[in-house]
Design a protein around this ligand. Sequence first.
Ligand code: COA
Length: 171
Amino acid sequence: MEAKKASQSITIMTELVLPNDTNVFGNLMGGRLMYWMDIAAALSAQKHCNAPVVTASVDNISFENPIKLGNVVHIEAKITRAFNSSMEVHMKVWGEDLTQQYKYKSNEAYYTFVALDPNRKPRVVPQLVTETEEEKKLFDGALRRRQLRLILGGKMKPDDAAELKALFVKD
Ligand SMILES: CC(C)(COP(=O)(O)OP(=O)(O)OC[C@H]1O[C@@H](n2cnc3c(N)ncnc32)[C@H](O)[C@@H]1OP(=O)(O)O)[C@@H](O)C(=O)NCCC(=O)NCCS
């Protein structure tokens, strides 16, 4: 299976915040944003593996700035690393006020997807080739993030998280 470049998975989604997307303060609801992010990230993962994917986990999301009614939402998703059947997707989210002409960061997040075969079993995905410094940095950190989320998800024993332990334990 041929490895693919991170840039091949780039997915950009643009949405307009309408009244039905907002909370009582007139800001975009977090749940709606996470729904759009899930779709953008899934498309990015599918571009990488060319197979159906399911969301395996969503890392913590902190909303730095509210996105207002009538503003535009920009979501940029890209694969940071492919493992065996799973892929980590990194997303950056901005709001934009087109009338006042300014763009502001809303949040960043990592979602993990697993590619499935026709029997709905996890299937192998292509490895990832990084090109830029930022892609290399995200690739390196992905192993630690993976171990942390697998521990939190009850899929890995803390004792087996060698990458994470190396951060805290000195020889
Ligand atoms: C995600 C899912 C396919 C994993 O299946 P599984 O039978 O547990 O498979 P495995 O334990 O063999 O793990 C398969 C891959 O999933 C990854 N995985 C499993 N749980 C994970 C979690 N909580 N977070 C991140 N990755 C996870 C494993 O690390 C493994 O990745 P790898 O092959 O790259 O090493 C399965 O749990 C599932 O279908 N979940 C529901 C998905 C869904 O419906 N999502 C929408 C939300 S409702």
